[in-house]
Ligand binder design. Structure first.
Ligand SMILES: [Zn+2]
Ligand SMILES: [Zn+2]
Length: 181
């Protein structure tokens, strides 16, 4: 299989890190089965071609290595550094939003979690209170129902007993009056 003119991202990273010995080569695998290069196919990893600036620099690096096989002149080193530069820039770009997200979650995320926990607690307490109030109300209602009959009886009895001493007091007041005459 011929070497690819544009190495895939995985092979390009190996090429950019290449120091001595035979330069890593991105070769097509069995194209009837897979579009992956041999290295990616053997590793069972996705084979992704570089794009944009990285692709241009990959081609330049590939050309520099092809022009100077098995040695590593300044031209190849420069081309490698150029590829690594793009790799670093892309890693930074990829890491930035992830880091910002992590920071946001670190501060407000914890606060939001705390607030949610507090709200949960309050809701649970309110539910408990509501249940307790309902229970008390039910018990009161039940009590009232049970008491209603005897209470009516009690009121009638009480009224009768209140009237009795009132009557006797009038009698008491009346008695001394009769004594004076
Ligand atoms: Zn490859
Ligand atoms: Zn590949």
């Amino acid at each position: 299989m011929p070497a690819r003119a544009v190495p895939c991202c995985r092979c390009l990273a190996a090429l950019a890190a290449w120091k001595d010995g035979a330069a890593p080569v991105c070769r097509d695998g069995n194209s009837a089965v897979t579009k992956k290069c041999r290295g990616c196919r053997d590793l069972g990893k996705p084979c992704i071609g570089p794009s944009g600036l990285l692709k241009a620099r990959a081609i330049a690096l590939r050309a520099a290595i092809a022009a100077h096989p098995s040695v590593r002149p300044a031209a190849v080193k420069e081309a490698q550094a150029a590829v690594r530069q793009v790799h670093q820039a892309r890693r930074d770009a990829a890491a930035r939003p992830a880091r910002e997200r992590a920071e946001r979650q670190g501060s407000s995320g914890a606060a939001a979690e705390k607030a949610a926990a507090a709200a949960n607690k309050t809701a649970a307490a309110a539910e408990k209170t509501a249940a307790a109030v309902e229970k008390i109300a039910m018990e009161l209602q039940q009590l009232r129902g049970e008491v209603a009959g005897p209470a009516e009886l009690y009121r009638k009895t009480h009224e009768a007993t209140v009237e009795a001493p009132h009557h006797s007091e009038v009698e008491k007041g009346w008695v001394p009056a009769t004594w004076e005459t």
